[in-house]
Ligand binder design. Structure first.
Ligand code: NAD
Length: 344
């Protein structure tokens, strides 16, 4: 299925974060007629350097600010004639949500609400009746498979799986998913939601698992792995997620959700060992292997055991397929972080 983005100016929220800063350059290059406004608060997780490659692009506009700031959000909709939203902005680190959930409730729930209200006000004449010029205006909410809770050693999450979030992070994302759903069912706002598995790739914040493993290994520190390292995640290369988002935004059915996953299930210990063995080849230590630095630390509270996605809906209905397998994706990722940490 071809992709034709007919929206003229898309508001991307949280574009200075990991996935957003991979998405914006990709999206601008693929869609030469689209303008992008990036609204980002630049929290500790946002880094404008990740967008250096498009900073001078005249179809890219940056606004520093908070998605909870209703006046600012409404002003941006007006100023840029926004007719599409791709909403990434969130507090995203589960460990932080356990230590201090307040910002997760504020940004992930209230921020999503403010954006939905602004979209409704700008785009809708009345319920189920879009304004002239906004018939194709669409709100795409980026969410996570963590809203479905935890799996045992068998089975997969699908779009039909009942929500069962277990951390303050996943509960706040689940709440935002429900708000998005309600704006479709109540007001007829043109919304789509995608729920994706764990992403990895360039530009991810140092706090996350894969950058932590690479950094600690290269710094000759202990590499901390929660519990016994048996927790399983389904890893998707970030650009495969970006292509999925573009497809859902362009061709997804209004009001529907799409699960996106890489079919690359690995436990945390496997990930650490895999990275160590690649580093052993690329940056050999004088003696021994990086894997000797792996240490097990107290498990995360309420740590979900396993996430895995059945992505057949997006594959069959929209023709999406991941380009990278874990071997090719992790090789690109490690090369990027070696460069980052050695030139820092
Ligand atoms: P990230 O933490 O790397 O980036 C979040 C960005 O949002 C940052 O640039 C930050 O400055 C910005 N932000 C935070 N609060 C804000 C606010 N109040 N107003 C404006 N901007 C704000 O996150 P990410 O990993 O890029 O994730 C992006 C989205 O994708 C999130 O909604 C997350 O739930 C979802 N998601 C992430 C993954 C993953 O593996 N990283 C997987 C599935 C879904």
């Amino acid at each position: 299925m071809g992709i034709e983005i007919t929206n003229q100016c898309v508001l991307v929220t949280g574009g200075a974060g990991f996935i957003g800063s991979n998405f914006i350059p990709y999206f601008l290059e693929k869609n030469p007629n689209v303008q992008v406004v990036n609204l980002d608060k630049l929290t500790y997780a946002g880094n404008l350097q990740n967008l250096n490659e498009i900073a001078q692009n005249n179809r890219y506009h940056f606004a520093e600010g908070d998605i909870c700031d209703r006046v600012l959000v409404e002003a941006l909709f007006k100023k840029y004639h926004i007719d599409g939203v791709i909403h990434f902005a969130a507090e995203s680190h589960v460990d932080n949500s356990i230590a201090s959930p307040d910002n997760f409730i504020k940004t992930n729930i209230e921020g999503t609400f403010v954006l939905l209200e602004a979209a409704k006000k700008s785009w809708m004449e009345s319920p189920n009746n879009p304004k002239q010029g906004f018939k194709k205006a669409r709100f795409h909410h980026i969410s996570t498979d963590e809203v479905y809770g935890s799996l045992g050693s068998e089975g997969f999450f699908t779009e039909q799986t009942a929500y069962a979030p277990n951390s303050p992070y996943s509960a706040s994302k689940a709440s935002s998913d429900f708000l998005v759903r309600s704006y479709y069912h109540t007001y007829g706002l043109n919304v789509v939601t995608s729920n994706c598995s764990n992403n990895y790739g360039p530009k991810q914040h140092d706090e996350k698992l894969i950058p932590t493993i690479i950094r600690k290994a290269l710094d000759a520190h202990q590499i901390p792995i929660y519990g016994d390292g048996s927790n399983v995640r389904d890893w998707l290369y970030v650009l495969d997620h970006c292509r999925g988002i573009e497809l859902v935004f362009a061709n997804g059915k209004v009001g529907e959700t799409y699960a996106i996953g890489g079919n690359n299930e690995h436990n945390n210990l496997f990930i650490a060992q895999k990275i160590c063995s690649l580093l052993d080849r690329l940056q050999p230590k004088q003696t021994g292997s990086y894997s000797e630095q792996i240490t097990f630390v107290n498990d995360r509270l309420g740590h979900d055991y396993r996430y895995a996605i059945d992505a057949s809906k997006i594959e069959n209905e929209l023709g999406w397929k991941a380009d990278e397998n874990f071997d090719t994706g992790i090789a690109k990722t490690i090369a990027w972080y070696i460069h980052k940490y050695q030139t820092a």
